[in-house]
Design a protein around this ligand. Structure first.
Ligand SMILES: [Zn+2]
Length: 380
């Protein structure tokens, strides 16, 4: 993972680089960011940089030295990886070293993946939640007490210290007083699940929520997804690359075409068109219905911003941009937009709770028509 391929985290990157350049790199760093914002990708990019033999000052590793070739494939002997594991065979212990070749493949394919994605990747059963065991902690102590074999640093990445549980206490002394040139990079999504005793011994580096543009770039660059699909998924990914990928997997129909059909019915008060659209939507999954409604909210918000902000350019593919521009010529009032947004949020709420999709979507369509007429419809 290359430093400049980490999008949307400039503040965290600069902070880490400053530590290194001022020779004050903390020996235990906790990279804290929500799912799908790139914590693991950033930790691996930093590890690669630290171990590179010909690094540039801006965080770029050379990509060609022997160390870079090894870190790229996560096989550098001074880069140690710990992550939630499950037993690969009956009778085998859940240890990172037993899952390591699978983990390398996983990170290569899905550097922004969640623990859920990882457990799916290794075929964990629904009651295998993944674990970082006491034995794994003792192994870490043993491994890190050996001298660095090649690099200037020994780096221990712990992906999701939340999975340590109270076993994490085994590591306290090591994290507090690690052997020389040892760096711990802990990657957490929430401080709630991390032991206070560990938290207090690490330097916290917070990730920013990702904007839709960053999610789109990541989907295109790291996952080779087309610009159009990446832009559409990024609109509804809520800053979470893993969610964006989920949207793409679930995507059964083109969201823009569905939205055109729906708004056509709503804005022209055409019950027949709305009825057809409801039938079509009813055949899609709950996830798709929710994604569609999030998409509708995003495009309405862009249309409203076009009305308000001269020269505003929504980061959208051409056909969506045209649609949003047409929508903006309706000159919605702030009240209309906020009421439409609220109605859509309510529909999402009901769909997530398994309400009958036909009823929810029909009610939503009629509510939007009432809003457009300037009246309100009784709550569902
Ligand atoms: Zn290098």
């Amino acid at each position: 993972m290359q430093w400049n391929a980490i999008y949307g985290q400039d503040k965290a990157k600069q902070g880490l680089l400053n530590y290194y350049q001022s020779e004050h790199l903390p020996h235990a760093i906790m990279i804290l960011g929500k799912e799908g914002t790139g914590g693991l990708a950033l930790a691996l990019a930093l590890a690669r940089y630290l171990l590179c033999e010909e690094k540039a000052a801006d965080g770029t590793a050379c990509s060609v030295c022997p160390a870079c070739l090894k870190t790229e494939n996560l096989v550098h002997p001074d880069l140690h990886l710990t992550f939630p594991s499950v037993p690969m065979k009956a009778g085998e212990k859940a240890m990172s070293k037993n899952n390591i070749s699978e983990f390398r493949k996983f990170v290569h394919e899905n550097p922004y993946g969640s623990v859920f994605d990882w457990l799916q990747f290794v075929g964990a059963t629904s009651n295998q939640k993944g674990n970082i065991s006491a034995e794994e902690c003792r192994q870490m102590i043993e491994t890190l007490s050996l001298k660095a074999s090649e690099g200037a640093y020994k780096i221990q990445v712990i992906w999701r210290p939340e999975y340590l549980g109270k076993e994490g206490n085994i590591l306290l002394k090591l994290i507090e007083e690690p052997p020389p040139n040892t760096v711990f990079l802990l990657v957490a999504e929430s401080t709630d699940g991390v032991l206070d005793t560990i938290l207090s011994r690490t330097q916290l580096v917070r990730l920013q929520p990702l904007g839709a543009e960053a999610v789109q770039s990541i989907l295109m660059q790291h996952y080779s997804i087309s610009e159009r699909d990446a832009a559409q998924a990024a609109q509804i990914a809520e800053g979470n690359v893993a969610q964006g990928l989920g949207v793409l997997q679930q995507s059964e129909k083109d969201l823009l075409e569905l939205l055109k059909q729906w708004f056509n019915g709503v804005f022209t008060f055409n019950g027949l068109l709305i009825g057809k659209w409801v039938e079509l939507m009813d055949k899609t999954s709950k996830v798709q219905q929710k994604n569609f409604l999030l998409f509708a909210q995003q495009l309405l918000a862009h249309a409203f911003r076009i009305q308000l902000i001269p020269g505003y350019q929504p980061p959208l593919p051409e056909d969506e941009l045209q649609f949003v521009r047409r929508l903006s010529t309706r000159n919605f009032s702030a009240d209309t937009i906020s009421s439409m947004d609220e109605s859509i949020s309510k529909a999402i709420y009901h769909i997530e709770r398994n309400a009958n999709a036909k009823i929810v979507l029909l009610h939503l369509s009629v509510s939007l028509q009432y809003t457009l007429k300037g009246t309100t419809l009784k709550a569902l």
